[in-house]
Design a protein around this ligand. Sequence first.
Ligand code: NI
Length: 167
Amino acid sequence: MAIRNIVTEEDPILRKKSRVVDKFNEKLWMILDDMKDTMYKAEGVGLAAVQVGLLRRVVVVDVGDGTGPLELVNPEIVSADGEQEGQEGCLSLPNKWAIVKRPDHVVIKAQDRLGRWHRYEAEGLKARCFCHEIDHLDGHLFTDRMEKMLTEEEVRRLQAQRQQGSE
Ligand code: NI
């Protein structure tokens, strides 16, 4: 296992569409393991493969609710409802935070590291995180969807509280 380098906003790869995974082999398992290490080291709550420079539809999530780390391969939103408005950040956009509207409840489906399909239901922060990470797979960043960027002062206050990790 290894910590991988997280690409940041300037890197055009973040705007590219990631490819569907069709081989559930040791290479994929190594990517998943490295992504989990990298997410925890960076104190994030989610990470998409494109953020470590790999255009594959692979995501890891751990919002600290006891269900993580989740390994989501080829994740897709099945249904979304409700609305939440809250702070959102991204490990690829360090020190940037914004108010972003997201569905409050989502159901997604994703494959695991062996290719088996599962459904996951999520509310609140986890629903936000699923939407944020699946957006990454299509080249979207939270700044595309934000209502309002937080000021430096608001970011400092937020970091002092350490309420939420970046995705
Ligand atoms: Ni992100």
